[in-house]
Design a protein around this ligand. Structure first.
Ligand code: UT7
Length: 336
């Protein structure tokens, strides 16, 4: 589904500030070589990842999310009392319930906010931006904090070399507000899901279908499982199609985009999507070498890094695109 482009009467929803938090511990390929049968050469050539961040013991998903949200609010000059909506994209929340966003609300002291989590895996931030925009434009809310935050290290099977080299922990956030008297903001979003592929990337245990039992823990069912090749194929196809749909809806081409910020799962996926979009490599943001795949946190972390590096300026169009378990995917185009 692609949202309609902004009409003359719709007040733009803009991103006032971005923030991120990366846990301090750097897990290198060299350390992974000591844990499983892998090599820096394999990981680098097959994924582009050199290192990833891992949360400390006692550092919870809600802590990462709170720090990213606080950084975005500081940049936006928004106080906790002004926040009336908190959306946290995550599939590795502190607990099955309550929502991690409610824990973030408490940490921030944003007591007037409505808070909920969004389970769209790596696409969570892009779904969150669109839902936040729609709720703000509905008129009931004024200031939203949209977060993508994961503590994936808690659900990674650290004995499975097929998956444990790929993921890292982190959080990113953006503050959204309606802004009268200017155009731009979140222009158009394309989203999609396909439950026929739910089995190719999932955490089978730990929910109500396969609850946690000693046997299930022994069988490592409460860890992430992935059919890498199939996920790779789907990722390239769905992300590039979603980008084309969003650009077509706005009547623009890749030449009108200043920076493409894709989900950072694998350098080969990023390059394949860039090629399908005919985007010159320098127009495609990459930090997968330093963080690996941080799920829903990946895109907002990259957005914040690019923003603070000055990779785009007011009036530039940037394109965010992600893909994840579900399957889910989404592309949003923002005029900064
Ligand atoms: O957020 C969205 C979710 N994730 C993704 O988008 C990830 C999508 N998939 C991928 O990025 C890639 O499919 C992987 C990086 C996971 C795997 O790359 P691949 O080129 O598809 O490799 P493969 O699965 O075909 O494995 C090739 C070989 C296998 O050995 P055999 O069977 O050919 O002897 C694997 O056992 O590489 C082996 N292998 C490893 N070797 C060393 C798999 N993982 C490792 C490893 N170190 N860590």
């Amino acid at each position: 589904m692609t949202s309609p482009p902004p009409s003359k009467s719709s007040v733009p929803v803009v991103i006032l500030g971005t923030g991120r938090y990366n846990p301090a511990y750097v897990l290198t390929n060299a350390e992974l070589e000591r844990r499983v049968d892998t090599s820096d050469d394999w990981i680098t050539t097959r994924t582009g990842i050199k290192e990833r961040r891992i949360a400390a013991a006692g550092e919870h998903n809600s802590d990462l999310a709170t720090k990213a949200a606080a950084a975005a609010m500081e940049q936006a000059k928004v106080k906790a009392s002004e926040v009336d909506l908190i959306i946290c994209g995550t599939v590795t929340g502190d607990m099955p319930f309550p929502a991690t966003s409610c824990l973030v609300q408490e940490n921030l002291g944003a007591h007037h906010a409505t808070a909920f989590d969004l389970g769209a895996a790596c696409t969570g931030f892009i779904y969150g931006l669109e839902i936040g925009k729609q709720l703000l434009q509905g008129g009931g809310y004024k200031t939203a904090v949209v977060i993508g935050s994961e503590r994936i290290s808690s659900v990674v099977d650290w004995t499975d070399r097929n998956t444990c080299v790929l993921f890292g922990d982190g959080a990113g956030a953006a503050v959204l507000r309606q802004r009268e008297g200017r155009g731009g903001g979140i222009l158009v979003t394309d989203t999609g899901s396909d439950g026929r592929f739910a089995h190719i990337l999932n955490q089978p245990g730990g929910g109500t279908r396969t609850p946690i039992t000693a046997e299930n823990v022994h069988d490592r069912l409460a860890t992430l499982k992935m059919s890498g090749k199939e996920v790779f194929r789907q990722a390239v196809g769905t992300m590039s199609t979603s980008c084309h749909k969003a650009m077509k809806r706005l009547g623009i081409t890749i030449d009108d985009i200043t920076l493409v910020i894709p989900h950072q799962a694998n350098i080969r996926i990023i390059e394949a999507v860039g090629e399908k979009l005919k985007a010159p490599p320098e127009k495609v943001f990459k930090n997968v070498d330093r963080y690996g795949n941080s799920g829903a946190a990946t895109v907002p972390m990259a957005l914040d890094e690019a923003h603070r590096e000055g990779r785009f300026k007011r009036g530039d169009k940037i394109l965010l695109v992600a893909f994840g378990a579900g399957l889910t995917w989404g592309c949003t185009i923002i005029e900064w």
